[in-house]
Design a protein around this ligand. Structure first.
Ligand SMILES: Cc1cc2nc3c(=O)[nH]c(=O)nc-3n(C[C@H](O)[C@H](O)[C@H](O)COP(=O)(O)OP(=O)(O)OC[C@H]3O[C@@H](n4cnc5c(N)ncnc54)[C@H](O)[C@@H]3O)c2cc1C
Length: 340
């Protein structure tokens, strides 16, 4: 599940930096996540015209998200984290991965290589999402994030800018809105993007925990079956990230019981190599998640622009979508281009 954060992230960072320097008021929705990290760095100057709230970023959750287990970040992702000034803090916590092994479901090796030989300079690490989010949030001035702030509606507001209404009735008028609100982004919908579609496969992910230390080599381990692939990557000295991607005609029912999730994951790979099963067994029930993959194709000239602007008598207002809000995609179509 290796992937990289796109270099468009760097361009967005540059653009955002210019916005910030220009002193325009702007509003970033839900920035604290892997891919929306750039907007975290941007911080915000929330338009204070309706709400006299400054330097706030809106997040629907009541606290920083701690779920999602881990994600693999490769060279471009680390470039973005370097630009944000948090990469070294994270490098110190997560292991550098040196190679990749592909095996069939019965454990037979199909191919293996070292990055040094095949992709010199490649930097790959599995990073715990909770730590990533906390690290990014830690760089923001205190009380920058406004939790429990679900966006309910958004509308152009003539010459004044863009009016955002939150679930609790608060209103914010902004000159610039940056929507980093994920695959179900209400801002993307407002800008004319269609709903993302279920792509026909889903994934289990988990973090195996080894308080006494894990013994796995620093390699990505893939296992391939029919309509099913799995893998694991050592994340830190005590945690191993694993995943199972499987074809399924429908998203299936929402499963709230974490032990049922674990059983479902184990059932999929019950005859697969023992080391994979051991890691899943070593995963606390609440460290397993299941997600459907969704996708939305963007067609040049046909899809809406990720930037919408309105000029008016007194100036202009701009809305931008970034990350999954703009282009949700499956792991096979490259991920975290998302990243900003
Ligand atoms: C199974 C799976 C595995 C993946 N593995 C990797 C990987 O290994 N490497 C990688 O680089 N990428 C991976 N990805 C992709 C990566 O997770 C996403 O690209 C990335 O998280 C997108 O970040 P984002 O900030 O755009 O959106 P999100 O991370 O979804 O963040 C959106 C934020 O907006 C908030 N929000 C939503 N609606 C509202 C609202 N109405 N009001 C206020 N706030 C709101 C949410 O609470 C959330 O905090 C994976 C994805 C999946 C599904």
């Amino acid at each position: 599940m290796a992937s990289s954060i796109s270099s468009s992230a760097l361009r967005l960072l540059g653009r955002a930096g210019r916005l910030r320097r220009s002193g325009e008021p702007y509003f970033a929705l839900s920035p604290i996540s892997a891919s929306s990290s750039s907007s975290s760095s941007l911080s915000t100057t929330t338009a204070p015209l309706v709400e006299k709230e400054k330097e706030k970023e809106k997040e629907v959750g009541a606290s920083l998200r701690s779920g999602g287990t881990a994600l693999t970040l490769s060279t471009n992702g680390w470039r973005v984290l370097d630009a944000l000034g948090v990469a070294d803090e994270l490098r110190a916590k997560f292991l550098r991965i040196h190679g990749l092994v592909m095996r069939s479901e019965d454990g037979k090796e199909l191919r293996s290589f070292r990055f040094e030989d095949e992709a010199p300079g490649q930097e790959l690490r599995a990073v715990e999402r909770r730590v990533l989010v906390e690290t990014l949030a830690g760089r923001l001035p205190p009380n920058t994030i406004s939790f429990s702030s679900r966006l309910r509606s958004i509308a152009w507001q003539g010459k004044d800018g863009i009016l955002l209404e939150l679930d609790d009735g608060r209103q914010v008028l902004a000159k610039i809105v940056i929507g980093c609100d994920g695959v179900n982004s209400p801002i993307a919908k407002w800008m004319g993007f269609s709903e993302p579609k279920y792509a026909g496969h889903s994934a289990f992910r988990g973090l195996g925990q080894y308080p006494e230390g894990q013994q796995y080599e620093s390699k990505v381990n893939y296992f391939y079956g029919r309509g099913l692939r799995a893998g694991f990557v050592p994340a830190s000295p005590t945690k191993v990230y694993w995943f199972i991607c499987f074809n399924s005609q429908s998203r299936g029912p929402w499963i709230a019981d974490p032990s049922a999730l674990k059983k479902e994951a184990l059932d999929l790979v019950q005859t697969w190599p023992q080391e994979l099963l051991d890691i899943i067994h070593n995963t606390p029930d609440d460290a397993i998640v299941k997600n459907p993959f969704v996708d939305r194709w963007l067609w040049p000239g046909l899809s809406p622009s990720p930037v919408a602007a309105a000029s008016n008598g007194g100036g202009s207002a701009v809305a931008v979508v970034a990350g999954d809000a703009w282009h949700p995609m499956t792991p096979t179509s490259a991920r975290a281009r998302a990243a900003l």
